[in-house]
Design a protein around this ligand. Structure first.
Ligand code: BES
Ligand code: ZN
Ligand code: MN
Length: 523
């Protein structure tokens, strides 16, 4: 049977609603030009990739004559190719085949090949393909006999190819060619594999949205522009989007959120995005730090290196938008609401000052011990809003919050703070699955850490990552809650694994998988 299903890889917005006075280049859609199709039959292409399990014995594929078989098996023997996971053997101009190149890609024992490993293999496959002039690639999986493994591995490889091929080129007046090959994936049963591929594509679209928002320079990703962009990409998927402007933020009493941006004409906004995929009355709330740029405020970041990448300080908010987009794209059976407090931390004659006191939505007065600890100020109101106005049953906040976290864990793990065992367990599980790993840190044992002499609380304290978390804990009150500090994980300066250079979209895959796991525990 010959089945060829085309997947529209980039049903993404054709333009963006960003308004800016700067030289914002025309936007491109989709985010990648790599195309995928699924088939059960062997297809012609420039490159043939064969997935080879360990101990596969002599290789024989349908359509290979004796000369091809001998050539390929002799090459395997000479090169010592063993089919271990990730092993590659390239054979140029294979005798007797129409393909210009043959790549044997080892899968080890297919049952043991994790999703994360397969994604990384997909990423390195794509970089290798990009180094050739190939326009079409056929990936043959027929040596993976078990259909579930066959589909799972093919979809994960495709996901890795797709994630690595994203390019942020909207500011290039002449964008370099994006990788624009056609991949056909030969699978055991196309109808069954299709939904697996589509779920992964929806996830990738969420990651791309987060990367795009995070990559935007501070002056283009300002609060209102961020909110409008999110609305444009979410509404077509059936997400209900509400944007609160500065006057509403103020009227609701969210003085901590308002205060951070008061020095800029780009005032605070609050984005609320709801995906109702389940009839639960109470949503799972994801709250992300959306600080468009962090100069530090009057506690100015004075080192060039410390201020440079601070347009990525909206990565937590971008991850929340991306996760809601992925969940909606997957039509996931969860009721989730994304909340993104949006600010820009700048100085001017109107900016908030060190030592000022702001009043949060819940009435808590906060001494601004340091204007550079702005993330917890905007999140305090975001968390409170999720609890008080959205009746969340659980709250996960995510933020590029502290340098102290980077000092403690680097970028291999996000720090998580929670007193809820079910949340901790499901987050660790989700983190392992997508290799956005998390490590628990303590909330108890730090009495008085955010005590202020003049107000109810102060936004500074030591140790730094714990002070941020313990400050935020107050605003979640009795609602089950976790704080995720992802500082250091928003950006890579050179490509690695599934990430091209630039922002990573970190947190999208973690939050998407977590919301589904957490929901499944409750059902
Ligand atoms: N956005 C920064 C945290 C950060 C630092 C993220 C480095 C990514 C890389 C945050 O707003 C900040 O400035 N935190 C301060 C807080 C301090 C002034 C209490 C910090 O961690 O130094
Ligand atoms: Zn910040
Ligand atoms: Mn800061």
């Amino acid at each position: 049977m010959k089945t060829l299903l085309s997947l529209s890889i980039g049903a993404l917005l054709a333009g963006s609603s960003l308004l800016s006075t700067s030289a914002l280049a025309a936007t491109h859609a989709p985010y990648t030009h790599t195309q995928f199709s699924i088939t059960e039959s062997v297809q012609p292409a420039d490159i043939l990739v064969v997935l080879v399990p360990e101990n596969a014995g002599e290789l024989r594929l349908a359509g290979w004559d004796r000369a091809s078989r001998n050539h390929i098996n002799r090459a395997i023997e000479v090169a010592g190719f063993d089919g271990k996971a990730g092993a590659q053997l390239e054979i140029v101009a294979p005798v007797g085949l129409s393909y210009g190149r043959l790549l044997l890609l080892g899968t080890g024992n297919p049952a043991d090949l994790t999703r994360a490993k397969a994604e990384t293999m997909g990423a390195s496959l794509s970089t290798w393909v990009n180094g050739t002039k190939a326009e079409s690639i056929h990936v043959n999986s027929q040596l993976i006999a078990n259909a579930a493994d066959n589909h799972r591995i093919s979809a994960a490889l495709a996901h890795g190819v797709e994630l690595r091929n994203y390019r942020f080129d909207r500011y290039k007046s002449q964008p370099e060619a994006r990788p624009s090959q056609r991949y056909s994936w030969q699978v055991a049963l196309a109808t069954d594999a299709r939904s697996k591929f589509e779920q992964k594509q929806a996830l990738a679209q969420g990651v791309f949205t987060a990367r795009e928002l995070t990559n935007l320079p501070g002056s283009d990703g300002y609060p209102e522009a961020f909110a409008n962009y999110a609305k444009t990409v979410l509404e077509p998927l059936g997400v209900e989007v509400t944007i609160l402007g500065p006057e509403e933020v103020k009227a609701l009493g969210m003085g901590a959120l308002y205060g951070v941006s008061q020095g800029s004409h780009m005032k605070a906004h609050l984005l609320v995005a709801r995906w109702r995929g389940h009839d639960d009355a109470q949503p799972i709330a994801l709250v992300g730090k959306g600080n468009s740029f962090d100069t530090g405020g009057y506690n100015l970041k004075t080192q060039a290196a410390s201020i440079l990448r601070m347009h990525t300080d909206k990565a937590g908010g971008a991850a929340v938008v991306g996760a809601v987009k992925a969940l909606a794209g997957q039509k996931a059976p969860v009721h989730v609401v994304g909340v993104v407090p949006l600010s820009i931390n700048m100085i001017s004659g109107d900016a908030y000052l060190p030592g000022d006191v702001v009043t949060a939505g819940d009435g808590t007065t906060i001494e601004v011990g340091n204007t550079d600890a702005e993330g917890r100020l905007i999140l305090a109101d975001g968390i409170w809003y999720a609890r008080e106005h959205l009746n969340a049953r659980v709250i996960a906040d995510i933020a590029t919050l502290t340098g102290a976290k980077v000092g403690a864990l680097g970028s291999a793990y996000s720090a998580i703070f929670t007193q809820d065992a079910a949340i901790e367990q499901s987050l660790r599980q989700a983190g392992e699955l997508v290799q956005e790993r998390v490590w628990p840190m303590p909330l108890d044992g730090y009495d008085g850490i955010v005590r202020s002499r003049i107000a109810d609380k102060i936004n500074t304290g030591s140790p730094g990552a714990q002070a941020g978390a313990i400050f935020l804990q107050h605003f979640a009150a009795d609602t089950p809650w976790v704080h995720i500090d992802m500082a250091g994980e928003a950006f890579v300066s050179s490509a690695s694994g599934i990430h091209p250079e630039g922002s990573t979209g970190h947190g999208v895959r973690l939050l998407t998988e977590w919301a589904k796991l957490y929901q499944a525990k409750q059902d």
